[in-house]
Design a protein around this ligand. Structure first.
Ligand code: GLN
Length: 543
């Protein structure tokens, strides 16, 4: 991207959680709506090498790219709002940058130099930005995580300051997202936090070109002029961002505010009329959905919606396809263990999402038994598929001591186990393309072959698919024959049949478990086939 690509850097001020990721993704959508190509990247100031090791309580969902990177959930917004595919290069953390610099230092690559934040760390950051994509997209949007003023984000801010110097004004633009709070007692919007945040940025040499101001109330011309004057930004480049009903309205609102035009003018680029029909259509469908379908999501991180971000979006997208609003009842699996399954009766269908660790698994298994026996639509994702296999083994195939070796290494029937554990028992399997598949996580996109005459096969309406994974344990092939003979349907496998990817219960309106995470591929403009089929089954169950 050395010669042509323009860079838009998005920073945040005042407080976190203002929706920087959504704003950046929406702006990218506006560029795409004008026929431009975009790439997107997130730079995270924390020290973890990637968010893979962080608890969902800390960081929300881990988004997985096709090439197997565990990344920040903002990448999910980038993919859902645009047609770009993110990759390992789309998310760098301080830890990852330092790791690469220290590795080079140990190899002697710096030829005796004193290795320092400037220039070595900042050069590594600049390289990460400039090598995001080889195919020279028109515009690259780079979001800097954290809030201006944090110690951790300084090297990233310094790197983008230098890029303005290296590439010039025509190829770089700075957008700063701030908060303009409404003080109820005074009945006034306050611009001071924005002024201070911009001061902080200017102290380190960055003059924003555009201010995006999150606010509960419309920002009048007077306040806008005041922000413009104090922050040294033209008044038309001070753009308000009000709260919206659905996040898919944000591209439309930012377009009304003139954001993409301000940036394209800044770059001296042609600014054709955008085609926003996709977003208008999504918002219209969201507004018009009258019926409600209730889905119980039985999980562990139920008090934190961010932990299941892509999943919630995927359900919503499927709802749009059916003209229904999907209401999710987050059920703590441990509550089911304590209080019984009554709560599930309020819902039209049940979903057990991915997860790690034993806590709550017996509650989930009890829920799965209930939905299988009572013909309630069921969708099991990753752990939700594995537990469906355990439940079927115990209660249909007669393997009372069935379980996953994740929770008990000595379990009598490890129907879900690490591949290394059952390979030793003499089962030959063809490994996937990832050498780490034996003991550590199986990550990223893998092909899957579907049985045409199955719920999954009918949902996709094609036999060769590709989906993203994030798990260590697998369906244990040692038990495959026995479970199939007991009626379990294996409707998807790796193309060479070596690993089970999708299972279904027999004689059931819709009971599907998949080892992969389909939620990562759902888009508001193209709902995912499995979610569409599942929500369809829930709607039917309700009627
Ligand atoms: N804990 C299970 C495994 O590692 C499932 C992981 C998941 O649901 N993402 O295989």
């Amino acid at each position: 991207m050395a010669d042509k690509t323009r860079f838009v850097f998005v920073t945040g001020g005042v407080v976190s959680s203002l929706g920087k990721g959504i704003a950046a993704a929406s702006l990218a959508a506006l560029f795409e709506a004008r026929g431009l190509t975009v790439a997107m990247q997130k730079l995270d100031p924390y020290i973890n090498v990637d968010p893979g090791t962080m608890s969902p309580f800390q960081h929300g969902e881990v988004f997985v790219t096709d090439d197997g990177a565990e990344t920040d959930l903002d990448l999910g917004y980038y993919e859902r709002f645009t047609h770009t595919h993110t990759s390992k290069r789309s998310n760098y953390t301080t830890g990852r940058i330092y790791e690469s610099v220290i590795r080079r230092e140990r190899r002697g690559d710096y030829l005796g130099a004193t290795v320092q934040v400037i220039p070595h760390i900042t050069n590594a950051i600049k390289n990460a930005i400039l090598s995001l994509r080889a195919d020279e997209p028109d515009i690259a949007l780079v979001e800097i995580g954290g809030t201006v003023g944090d110690i951790e984000s300084l090297p990233f801010l310094e790197a983008i300051r230098q890029l303005r110097f290296d590439l010039g004004r025509e190829r770089t633009a700075f957008i700063h997202l701030t908060l303009v709070p409404y003080i109820r007692a005074a009945g006034e919007l306050k611009t001071k936090p924005t002024q201070h945040s911009v001061q902080k940025l200017r102290e380190i040499g960055i003059q924003p070109d555009v201010l995006l101001c999150r606010s509960e109330k419309p920002i009048g011309k007077g306040q806008r002029d005041k922000i413009a004057l104090f922050c040294n930004v033209p008044s038309h480049a001070v753009i308000e961002v009000l709260d919206v009903d659905t996040i898919y309205e944000v591209p439309l609102k930012l377009n009304e505010g003139g954001l993409s035009s301000v940036i394209l003018d800044h770059f001296g680029m042609h600014n054709p009329e955008p085609d926003l029909s996709v977003w208008e259509d999504i918002c219209k469908k969201a507004r018009e959905a009258s019926e409600t379908v209730r889905i119980a999501m039985v999980g562990k991180y139920v008090e934190l919606a961010d932990a299941y971000k892509s999943l919630n979006e995927a359900l919503m997208h499927a709802g749009l396809t059916h003209g229904v609003r999907v209401e999710v009842d987050y059920v703590d699996a441990e509550v089911l263990e304590r209080e019984g399954l009554e709560r599930l009766k309020k819902s039209d269908a049940v979903l057990v999402p991915g997860g790690f660790g034993e806590r709550g698994t017996e509650g989930k298994i009890a829920a799965i038994r209930y939905v299988r026996e009572n013909k309630v639509p069921y969708f099991g994702i990753c752990l939700g598929m594995q537990l469906a296999v355990v439940e079927f083994s115990r209660n249909v195939a007669g393997l009372r001591g069935a379980g996953s070796s994740e929770f008990d290494e000595k379990v009598e029937h490890p129907v879900i186990a690490l591949m290394t554990q059952w390979e030793q028992e003499g089962v030959r399997v063809q490994r996937g393309h990832n050498d780490d598949l034996g003991g550590t996580m199986r990550l990223g996109g893998y092909p899957c072959k579907l049985k045409a005459d199955s719920h999954a096969g009918r949902a996709y309406d094609e036999s060769d698919i590709r989906e993203r994974h994030r798990h260590r344990y697998e369906f244990n092939n040692t038990y495959r024959k026995q479970l199939e003979e007991a009626g379990l349907i294996v409707s998807g496998t790796l193309p060479d049949d070596s690993l089970v990817e999708v299972i279904e219960a027999p004689d059931h309106p819709w009971f599907v478990g998949c080892q992969f995470h389909p939620e990562f591929l759902s888009r508001p403009y193209a709902a995912h086939p499995l979610f569409t089929a599942f929500v369809g089954a829930a709607k039917k169950a309700r009627a």
